[in-house]
Design a protein around this ligand. Sequence first.
Ligand code: ATP
Ligand code: MG
Length: 659
Amino acid sequence: MSEQDIELEARLAEQDEFEPPGSFVEQANVSDPSIYDEFAEDWPGCWEHAAALLDWSTAYEQVLDDSNPPFYEWFTGGELNASANCLDRHLDERGDETAIEWIGELGETRTYTYRDLHREVNEFAAALREQGVEADDVVTLYMPMVPELPIAMLACARLGAPHSVVFAGFSANALATRMESADSSVLVTCDGYYRRGEALEHKPKADEGVAGVGHDVTGVVVDRLGDEYDHPMRETDHDYDALVADHAESEVEPVARDAEDMLFLMYTSGTTGEPKGVKHTTGGYLSWVAWTSHAVLDVKPEDTYWCSADIGWITGHSYIVYGPLSSGTTTVMYEGTPDYPDKDRLWEIVDEYDVTQLYTAPTAIRSFMKWGEEYPARHDLSSLRLLGTVGEPINPRAWKWYYRHIGSESCPVVDTWWQTETGGMMVTTLPGVGNMKPGSAGPPLPGVDADIVDAAGETVAAGQAGYLTIQKPWPGMLRTLYRNDERFIEEYWAEYSDTDSEDPDDWVYFPEDGAKIDDDGYLTVLGRVDDVINVSGHRLGTMEIESAIVGVEGVAEAAVVGGDHEVKGEAVYAYVITEDGYAGDDGMRDGIIAGVEDGIGPIARPEAVVFTPELPKTRSGKIMRRLLEDIANGEELGNTNTLRNPEIVEEIQQHVGGS
Ligand code: ATP
Ligand code: MG
């Protein structure tokens, strides 16, 4: 490092608040701070600003019907079609502009203009309709990141048929459970896909899943691998290309949907308990993602916007497909992994396509840090205007790395807190308005009423850890858990609501995350409430301890869990990955312990620090703490099926056994 670099690092390390760059504010979609007061004073009328971003075929009569909490209804009486909002209405002005820029892992690309996408969606919608798909039929999509996935989603939306996307990495069993639960009898899937240059078969897994479904299933199969793989076809399977060819140039009139009609079902990843069928609606959800794309991601039609998530997760639904396409912008879709063929793949894409916004996850950023800044340094990233993260808290060191090495200190970073259930972003800074504080997501969005409470539901003082609650409904909220209103109330409302009351003020949404708030109203999300370790009666958030550990030089990533302890009840176990070039030795261990003692206090001092090359992660990249807990306690391990890297578990067990 040069002397200048060292100085800059030192300055960044000290700085805990960052102003949005003036050049960004000047052009931002939202830059007037009075929006917070305006929305608060005009609630729920403020949400007309969101609805106004859409085209309605029938105007709504009422913004919010809260007569039957927590079954809120938004934009009642209104009608619209999501595919018409994402496609048809852009044709006149933007028909020849790029809607989807698809980049395959092997380097091939496909560019869809809005006109192309409109045509393909119409053709596939016609094909689905011929297969008997009607409004309200749930169609399951079990596909990797191929263009046919968003095409199929929009084709379903055009017909008013809710889709249920099942992440391609999920097992046959997961597919079967979801199809069964949604009573879905049409499946769109594909023969296989590429991962790190290798062709992977997918169809046999889909077939195994279908075999576990108790009713007949019509299949549509996209041929991704061509001659490379002669995939099996069931009797009721159809080839995607053949179906579409039969409907060349067909047009399907978009079906007018009631605002409250279901747009899609999304089963949550199930890191905790049985998968839940989260129901999202056409009017409320689409307004929410259009609004947050506009206000937070600052999306403009002329942008080339990129969210690097998988469409199999809610982030991909909201911010690869529905948010950007309803905004009429160009959305980038990348099929592959960030380190293939090399660790600069993302930066190569940003450079080549002049990407203007990048939205990714902290776990990815920590990998980039581990790989080193030389990879982004190889490319010109000056097209970037805004950076975002979602999925878990981002520790200040990773935030600053992202800000400096990707954003060159000239892009705001939005740390967005939200969930599958919320439909879209809820807590984050408005990049054209508020200062950023690394480690804190920011204030609730205008019109979002969040509060941190104690176990009794009383607001806690600034700086105190408590439970995050949302006190008022919002248009993007889930409407229920599919066919299970009771579980919907139990999971999200019962904790802090008077469930006998008909007064909406008595109903409070509980996302099951812990958080604290500072004097400026900025929230720091501390993680799930079940991720709390109770050491000698002190409740410690795992996220806070992890953040302290990841702040130690040479640490790339850390996971902390509670292990049984005779004296303390629970003790802190830390699993740590070091950055390339650092060894997990005694010196590092001492540094970590000192880091935790300084950052939080001696009470949080780890009982054991275990160095490991990887952490067990779910397919969405979240750490499986439950498994690490079992390892710490020397217990029989639960199901490791949903892991992306099951082989690491045994290795960690050996490290623990040996330490
Ligand atoms: P499941 O609900 O199926 O167990 P999940 O909660 O991991 O899985 P998601 O809905 O994708 O599934 O994730 C939402 C959760 O991710 C939030 O409740 C929160 O715990 C965490 N999260 C998301 N964004 C942030 C963020 N910016 N800061 C802190 N935590 C975040
Ligand atoms: Mg959750």
